[in-house]
Design a protein around this ligand. Structure first.
Ligand SMILES: *Cc1c(COP(=O)(O)O)cnc(C)c1O
Length: 395
């Protein structure tokens, strides 16, 4: 059976696996290698003239790296994947692979991951590459923002702090008409719930640190490309900048990927359950979750996605910082910390509004981001319920 004909759960279970190449061991082991030895001058010369192929030097990848990359590429339905030492490195290498020059321009959705904004505003700007930010809900209107110098449209759907959805097919159509590359950060949905490359996106990036690794114990990024030329450009950029994902990290990434569809199904269910309960709480003015029918992004989510991960947001009615502290400080199951995608539930209150250039964020209350973990959903609800009681007393 070909992996192209099967569903995500089956791909996740089998892709990148070659037990007979590993003495029958089910999992490709952690290869620790810098030096790779060649038996003959011919073999050495062959490796020298094919720098993108095979095992030739530790930094270019080992069998562990290639197993992980093959599995991710199969999940994303791409020509190939390239692993990086973090999600941020993956976003940045995807941008660097464009080979943009001074005077070039990129379009970036206003709600992207803040370090992505920083890379554009600092590193790319210092190289003379201009970034302009657009309203993530602009849809086909993106066309009017494309300049002759525009090299890429960069977006996340939904954004991982404020959860606006993008119209991906509209972006792709506008970009294709003008020869512009599309880059999507797909960390939120993962290919289990949305396959950007199937929708015509050129490059799909994931912070594998989140759901792929899934256990909050490794940093890893991965870029998947729709065609060979883009994969080559990404691989060359990763090599040029000297990036190399660690052997334990790619092993943990592949190990996590095996169970990702099962975990995500549970994150999805619990997230929706909590979101639906939260919208009944009087301290909550908005729930930012595209799977809820009254969310502004719901129609796009329903049209294009097959599920939702466990990450969503709420906006609280205006309360004091002390009341917010009373809510979060006493939570027993929700840890407070950046990141998400692990098995455990997390909560992050934002004390300042998210940075915006195109459309101001005008909600007056605190924005709070929630990651629904794999705990029992009722236990999680009860933890939040006790938090609201503390908040009320402190308010
Ligand atoms: C976390 C995150 C990243 C960066 O990943 P790291 O592995 O932490 O560097 C990129 N994009 C999104 C949407 C993220 O949530």
């Amino acid at each position: 059976m070909k992996l192209a004909d099967v569903k995500a759960a089956t791909i996740a279970t089998h892709a990148g696996s070659d037990p007979q190449a590993q003495h029958g061991a089910v999992n490709t082991p952690v290869y620790r290698a810098s030096t790779i030895l060649f038996p003959t001058l011919d073999a050495l010369e062959h490796a020298a003239v094919t720098p993108l192929e095979g095992v030739r030097y530790g930094r270019n990848g080992t069998p562990t790296t290639f197993a992980f990359e093959q599995a991710v590429a199969a999940m994303e339905g791409g020509h190939g994947a390239v692993s990086l030492p973090s999600g941020a490195a993956a976003v940045n290498v995807a941008l660097l692979s464009l080979g943009a020059r001074p005077g070039d321009h990129i379009l970036v959705a206003d709600n992207v991951y803040v370090p992505t904004r920083n890379f554009c505003d600092r590193a790319l700007a210092a190289s003379g590459i201009e970034t302009s930010y657009f309203d993530p809900r602009i849809g086909a209107g993106i066309s009017a923002l494309i300049r002759p110098t525009t090299r890429a449209i960069v977006f996340e759907s939904p954004g991982s702090i404020t959860f606006e959805m993008c119209d991906v097919p509209a972006f792709v159509a506008a970009a294709k008409a003008r020869g512009v590359t599309t880059i999507m950060d797909n960390t939120w949905a993962t290919p289990v719930f949305f396959r950007p490359l199937d929708h015509g996106v050129d490059i799909s990036v994931m912070a594998a640190t989140k759901y792929v690794v899934g256990h909050s114990d490794a940093m890893l990024g991965v870029i998947s490309c729709r065609d060979e030329a883009r994969w080559e450009a990404v691989k060359r950029a990763a090599m040029l900048y000297g990036y190399c994902a660690g052997p334990d990290e790619v092993y943990l990434g592949l190990r996590g990927l095996r169970t990702m569809p099962v975990r995500l199904e549970r994150h999805f269910q619990t997230g929706v359950q909590l979101a639906n309960w939260l919208r009944t709480q009087r301290e909550v003015t908005r729930v930012l979750h595209p799977a809820l029918p009254d969310d502004p992004g719901h129609a796009l989510w329903k049209r294009d996605f097959t599920g939702a991960s466990g990450l969503f947001g709420i906006v609280l009615a205006p309360v004091s910082r002390a009341a917010l502290a009373a809510f979060v400080d006493g939570l027993g199951l929700f840890g407070m910390g950046w990141s998400w995608g692990g098995f455990e539930s997390l909560i992050v209150p934002y004390l300042r509004p998210p940075p915006r250039s195109a459309v101001a964020w005008t909600e007056p209350g605190f924005l709070v981001r929630i990651h629904a973990g794999l705990e029992d959903a009722d236990d999680l609800r009860r933890d939040l319920e006790a938090g609201f009681e503390r908040l009320r007393k402190a308010a």
